[in-house]
Design a protein around this ligand. Structure first.
Ligand code: ADP
Ligand code: MG
Length: 765
């Protein structure tokens, strides 16, 4: 039996770390699969616990500088499951992150003055060479040039310790990550310079002992440390959506026990508890109002800006805020069952998932480091072999060294590893704030390519709460008797039409009768017997199926207005029909026109009457209507569109549309209240708001654009930087990249990628 677990990983820096961890753990016997996310620093591992354990993963990882955080169980820590969850929660790991960032900041603060001094010395020396400034006073110059090795030693061994370790691991285990590149580069510059300082006289005949590269070590490490500090600081911000969601959770609840009001921790609330909510308080768990009424601000959970009026029988959701009224509700979902808990779980999982577009970046960064090492050594060799003829050995060695260090520093694939996950984390988080729940990164990626949106009529374009508006009676029954038969049959159905008829009967206080042999007829209606007479209820298709004569032109007067006919018949005759009408949602028209602006075709698929559907469709300017479809035909229609090369998104209520939602490239569930079929669809729009579909598509487009920009910026530095650093342009233009600038570029690329991802957060949808 294999299990799948997610662990936090410590010591990760970049995508090459992710691939080293993946490859190392995969080799362990009993491990089936592992996926490491560089953005969330999580590893998802499926393994066979009878063959291996997390402890043995750590045994392999620790020598490489990583460790998996193996959480102690609630029992071991003497906590309740809830306290334990909170303890392990993101708030905790954020605290650790903040501490890490604070210590990075300390490092940077001590490095910057040193870098400034050595930059000053470096600049003065260069300017003096061109006689732009006078030579430094001899004593001062001697002092400063002896200060340099001391400062470089501090930088390399204190601030640059991670890179030294990277170098060491490379020598010891043959594993190279980006720290290794920086390590080899800065150590080489340092050792070369140290050799000159130590053996000046011995080396004088062979190389130019005037020039050392301590400044390179100092400044490169400073830039990289600064870049990493800024990057980590912003990376914390990319994940704050989850933190905000966690903070929505109320800590305590006011419950009634044994007739008394008592305040208990929210973890102690159980199903069926009566909970009192005072004005301004947070709703602690999900439930149904049993007394009182109020307006509730649900904006944090569903993204709906207006407080919603709630009365007895309405559902309330944990994490939302009561405004002015006061009410009591019965807890129906607690702990991990609440909508908020599910949202948090879903967002966390989606943020940790990998987008297909990342596969390329992962692949490149996993082979990048060894390739760069080879290029760096080849370049050094080329300089020594070919440069020595024209420039002399001493100059060729110094240029070769500059190129070598420059390549190693600029080629770090750090930005490459950050490009996709940071944008996904921000995009998914932003979606959650708007009531758009995205299942995984792949869905978010696919959504931007959608060119056809299929919508359900009932509940998607219309409100989904039809009412009975007309009765046509051809029988000898009185109207109330006719309704009694209809409502008794519909009482057994879940369709919105059924609710309309049953509600009508209840309002009129019409008595219902016993029904036997009830059967739902998919896409057509239902049948059942009352007093051993069999009745049929449904649409014109059903009447045709029975083989009854019915002049459907009688219906047209109504269907032309968008009303849906419900016909009551026996095997022999049509007894009459009622008309139900559903209101079009306020946002539907705008949403369809916004989809058109994005170049997306909107098709309505419905089981409803053709005329009625066409009328509704024309009111909201839907491009195409396919009416009278059975659920399995919805699936076929989607397949047909897909075979024509369309990328199809399907928005439906998620209940009887599940197969169609699954077939669509992107399935979109319209969630209402607490009954969100989160698992069934790629995207869930909370509050059942169709205009959020437009936002979701825009979000996908923005996120994908962000990722592409990030990948561009990550690559461009390497594509231009590596040949420049290698000295390819030297023979023609005399250009050679100073490693100091390589360090700057490298730091800049990571910081620009993370800031670009953060920009997504503030973009308008
Ligand atoms: P849709 O979700 O598009 O309405 P359905 O397959 O659920 O599609 O229903 C298709 C049609 O079948 C409805 O429009 C209605 O005409 C008829 N129908 C389904 N269920 C009932 C019912 N309980 N009572 C009357 N008619 C029904
Ligand atoms: Mg339906």
């Amino acid at each position: 039996m294999s299990t799948e677990k997610t662990y936090k990983i410590k010591g990760m820096h970049c995508a090459s770390c992710a691939s080293i961890i993946e490859r190392t753990v995969k080799k362990i016997d009993g491990v089936e699969d592992i996926s490491v996310n560089n953005g969330t620093e999580n590893a998802k591992i499926s393994f066979d616990p009878s063959k291996t354990s997390p402890e043995s993963f750590n045994k392999k990882l620790e020598p490489l500088g990583y460790s998996m955080v193996i959480p102690m169980t609630a029992k071991e820590m003497g906590m309740s499951e809830n306290e334990h969850a909170e303890h392990l929660g993101l708030n905790q790991s954020k605290k650790e992150k903040l501490e890490e960032v604070a210590s990075m900041r300390q490092g940077v603060l001590s490095a910057v003055p040193i870098a400034i001094i050595s930059f000053f010395i470096m600049t003065w020396d260069i300017l003096a060479q061109y006689n732009l400034v006078s030579e430094m006073n001899y004593t001062v110059a001697e002092f400063l040039h002896h200060l340099l090795p001391l400062m470089a030693t501090y930088m390399l061994f204190v601030i640059g310790k991670p890179y030294l370790l990277g170098f060491y691991r490379f020598l010891r285990y043959g594993k190279a990550n980006m720290d290794t590149l920086i390590g080899i580069g800065t150590v080489s510059a340092y050792l070369y310079s140290f050799a000159i300082t130590a053996f000046e006289d011995v080396l004088k005949p062979f190389i130019n002992v005037e020039h050392t590269y301590y400044d390179v070590t100092i400044i490169v490490i400073t830039f990289i440390a600064l870049g990493k500090y800024l990057e980590s600081r912003s990376k914390i911000k990319t994940g704050d959506a989850i933190e905000k969601l966690l903070n929505l959770q109320a800590k305590t609840a006011l419950i009634i026990r044994d007739g008394k009001e008592i305040e208990v921790p929210v973890s102690e609330v159980t199903h069926g508890d009566s909970i009192i909510v005072k004005p301004g308080a947070k709703i602690p768990v999900d439930g149904v109002i049993i007394e009182g009424s109020s307006y509730i601000d649900e904006s944090m959970v569903t993204g709906e800006p207006m407080p919603a009026g709630k009365k007895i029988g309405d559902s309330v959701v944990a994490g939302t805020i009561n405004t002015s009224g006061s009410f009591t509700f019965k807890a129906t979902k607690v702990g991990s069952e609440t909508l908020l808990a599910q949202i948090i779980k879903m967002v966390e999982e989606a943020q940790g998932s990998k987008a297909p577009i990342q596969a390329l970046a992962d692949k490149i960064s996993s082979i990048f480091v060894p390739i760069v090492l080879v290029i760096a050594f080849l370049t050094l060799g080329t300089w020594l072999v070919f440069g020595a003829n024209t420039l002399g050995f001493s100059q060729a060695l110094s240029f070769g060294l500059v190129s070598f260090v420059g390549i190693l520093v600029i080629a770090c694939p750090c930005a490459l590893g950050l490009a996709t996950p940071t944008a996904i984390i921000v995009g998914v988080g932003k979606g959650a704030r708007e009531g758009i729940l995205i299942k995984d990164a792949a869905t978010l990626e696919k959504l931007h390519k959608v060119d056809t949106v299929i919508v359900d009529k009932t509940g998607t374009i219309t409100i989904g709460k039809p009412t009975l508006v007309d009765i046509q009676n051809f029988s000898t029954f009185k109207n109330d008797e006719l309704i009694s038969i209809l409502a008794s049959l519909e009482k057994k159905s879940e369709h919105p039409i059924a609710h309309a008829i049953v509600n009508y009967a209840q309002e009129k206080n019409i008595l219902l009768q016993d029904v036997s042999n009830f059967e739902g007829l998919q896409g057509k209606g239902l049948k059942g017997s009352i007093n051993s007479l069999e009745y049929f209820v449904g649409n014109t298709k059903l009447i045709q199926d029975i083989g009854l004569e019915f002049d459907s032109s009688k219906l047209e007067e109504y269907t032309a207005q968008g009303k849906t006919p419900v016909i009551l018949a026996t095997k022999k005759e049509v007894l009459g029909f009622v008309m139900v009408a559903d209101e079009i949602k306020e946002q539907s028209k705008q949403a369809v026109s916004d989809l058109h602006k994005l170049g997306i075709k909107v098709i309505m698929l419905t089981g409803d009457d053709e005329k009625a559907s066409k009328h509704i469709a024309s009111l909201v300017h839907i491009d195409d209507v396919v009416a009278h479809v059975l659920p399995q035909d919805k699936l076929a229609k989607i397949k047909e569109l897909q075979s024509q090369g369309h990328i199809v998104a399907m928005a439906g209520d998620g209940v009887n549309d599940a197969p169609a939602l699954a077939q669509a490239d992107v399935g979109i569930a319209m969630g209402t209240g607490t009954d969100v079929a989160i698992e069934s669809a790629g995207i869930t729009l909370l509050g059942g708001d169709i205009s959020k579909l437009v936002k979701a598509i825009k979000l996908s487009k923005i996120t994908m654009r962000g990722i592409k920009q990030n990948l561009f910026w990550a690559f461009i530095y390497n594509i231009i930087g590596i040949p420049l650093a290698a000295g390819v342009f030297y023979p023609v233009f005399g250009w050679l990249l100073n490693p100091v600038f390589a360090g700057l570029a490298m730091a800049f690329s990571s910081v620009s990628v993370v800031s670009n991802s953060l920009r997504i957060k503030s973009m308008k949808l």
